[in-house]
Design a protein around this ligand. Sequence first.
Ligand SMILES: NC(=O)c1ccc[n+]([C@@H]2O[C@H](COP(=O)([O-])OP(=O)(O)OC[C@H]3O[C@@H](n4cnc5c(N)ncnc54)[C@H](O)[C@@H]3O)[C@@H](O)[C@H]2O)c1
Length: 249
Amino acid sequence: MQDMSWVIVGGASGLGALLAEMAAEAGARAVGIIDIDGAAAEAALAPARTKGLTTAFAACDIRRAPACNAAFAEVAGALGRVDTLVNSAAIYPRRPTLGVTDEDWDLSNAINIKGTYHMMVAAIAHMRTQEPRGHIRGRIVNITSVDAFKAHPNNIHYAATKAAVVSLTRSVADHVAPDGILVNSVAPAGMATEKARQAGFLPELAKASPLGRGALPREIAEWVLVAGGPKNTYMTGENIIVSGGYIYA
Ligand SMILES: NC(=O)c1ccc[n+]([C@@H]2O[C@H](COP(=O)([O-])OP(=O)(O)OC[C@H]3O[C@@H](n4cnc5c(N)ncnc54)[C@H](O)[C@@H]3O)[C@@H](O)[C@H]2O)c1
């Protein structure tokens, strides 16, 4: 991780905040967060600051492209080079399978699909201007979900957005492979972030796991660090499922 600079969209809480901390622990040079929640993002950057890393934050609602471009430019301007972008921002409200409204669809699509797309576009424009290190100009890791591959009650629109992000990952990976930019995704099963605890679905998922428990966020984050870190020099367009055997693909 030495000398790397990470930008985490959705880094104010949960998995994203943990990634900001773990990237710093692993020796990153700089960490940036883009999120709608400024106060939480400042707290999430504290471990990196304590270690003396360069840090940056931009407030952004990722639903619209101009805001995403401006936020990425602000953070990239402060950090200099951006080696890795992680897209962790998403919402996962439960709704009855046949009761998803237009408003529900529009909100989840706008944040989970379009926001991820806009941030990839912004990062790629920046990464293309960078000198490659070895063969690699940059890496992108999108957070998807096992729900992209499994029927789950009251979760239909969220699952559809995550399936869309698996698809976006492949298409964008193919498009930017000649630039030396690697694009992958990581699909967790239920993990015990604060938001997931509040949503109340973790006990049910733990029961359905052959390992008999849900994941600790750290057990998922390790795979994000691998996909976005220096050891990944040849994997692109893949979706890494980390489900403790909840699904096999
Ligand atoms: N927790 C789980 O069980 C679980 C399982 C599978 C996949 N995931 C995925 O992992 C990722 C992280 O989940 P988490 O549990 O850490 O969630 P979280 O709610 O703790 O973190 C999501 C972050 O996204 C930010 N965000 C939300 N809407 C935004 C917007 N419009 N613009 C900018 N930022 C916005 C929030 O402020 C928050 O900081 C998500 O992509 C989620 O779908 C979570």
